[in-house]
Design a protein around this ligand. Structure first.
Ligand code: G4P
Length: 290
């Protein structure tokens, strides 16, 4: 669903998440493992503050495993508790509960010392649209929970979902806005399907995509489209080569660039070429993008 985030929506979303946070012991911050930096809300630390947090890198099935390992170490170094999951196929989900137990242990030990009755850990999921919040809730609930539209402010009665014996999850996730200031981040969000509308020009997204492939996985890229470009071939020539190879032409034998652009984006989004992580762990890049 396309969302237009206006300042009013952002303030409201933040208020709602802040209210929900009061109900829980731990927050699951859900990010896309392909873009662990770009898929985070820009104010996430200010919103969550010092509430115990587990960073869930979702869609692990779609990311590059080597890069993912580096991101896991990065989050560990930052003092977060990262867990790699695939909500769609239900992989690694037992780790989510375990992580929640670890990060809330101190609080629950204290409660026990005070003689309070043991209770389940209360948790909520927070993240930008399309990172897989509903998919994860349904997986953990082991049933289908109606999706609250991807609009902040769509309220419904919140309920707790029992996840095993030790965890209770709010059935409504906190939906926060993505980063929009940075053009590169916008292209990555589009390339991974986190934003599907035209906030960013699709031709620029495709150009970004092919330059990524030229730089990082040239052989696979050439093979996939049956083309023969180099890392330095200008993008327009790459478009031409793909258009010719796939017969994407208009009347008069001209290349149908619109179709080429759509094809490239679709292929990357659907992992047709390979599994890629678009955010790189070099801190300088992360810094550049802020
Ligand atoms: P949201 O609530 O955060 O907005 O995200 P949602 O659960 O709707 O998930 C967005 C898309 O991401 C869905 O695909 C969903 O199936 C997919 N997805 C979620 N988690 C994973 C994962 O771990 N791995 C993979 N490969 N995909 C995941 P969709 O194409 O929008 O819908 P559908 O085709 O699944 O119906």
């Amino acid at each position: 669903m396309a969302i237009q985030w206006f300042p009013g929506h952002m303030a409201k979303a933040r208020r709602e998440v802040t209210e929900q946070l009061k109900l829980v012991d731990v927050v699951f911050e859900l990010v896309d493992a392909r873009i662990p930096y770009s898929s985070r809300n820009p104010m996430i630390d200010e919103v969550i503050k010092d509430k115990p947090r587990v960073v869930l890198l979702n869609k692990m099935d779609m990311a590059n495993l080597n890069e993912t390992k580096k991101w896991m170490s990065y989050f560990e170094e930052q003092g977060f508790y990262p867990v790699l999951i695939d909500s769609k196929n239900g992989k690694n989900l037992s780790q989510v509960t375990k992580a929640a137990e670890i990060v809330t242990k101190e609080k629950f030990d204290r409660m026990k010392q005070k003689g309070l009755r043991p209770r389940a850990i209360r948790a909520m999921i927070v993240g930008i649209p399309n990172v897989g919040k509903s998919t994860l809730i349904n997986r953990l609930a082991k049933k289908s929970i109606a999706k609250t539209g991807n609009m902040p402010g769509v309220t419904k009665k919140q309920q707790w979902i029992k996840v095993g014996k030790t965890l209770e999850l709010l059935d409504t996730p906190g939906i926060l806005w993505p980063k929009f200031e940075d053009q590169t981040v916008g292209k990555k969000l589009s390339l991974t399907g986190a934003i599907k509308d035209s906030i960013v020009h699709l031709d620029e997204v495709a150009i970004y995509g092919i330059s990524f492939l030229q730089e990082r996985d040239l052989n696979t890229f050439n093979k996939h489209y049956n083309i023969d470009v180099t890392a330095d071939t200008p993008y327009i020539e790459v478009f031409d080569a793909i258009g010719r190879s796939r017969g994407l032409k208009l009347k008069g034998n001209e290349i149908d660039y619109e179709s080429v652009v759509e094809l490239i984006i679709r292929d990357i989004r659907n992992e047709k070429i390979g599994k890629y992580t678009f955010d790189h762990i070099s801190m300088s890049e992360v810094d550049d993008e802020e």
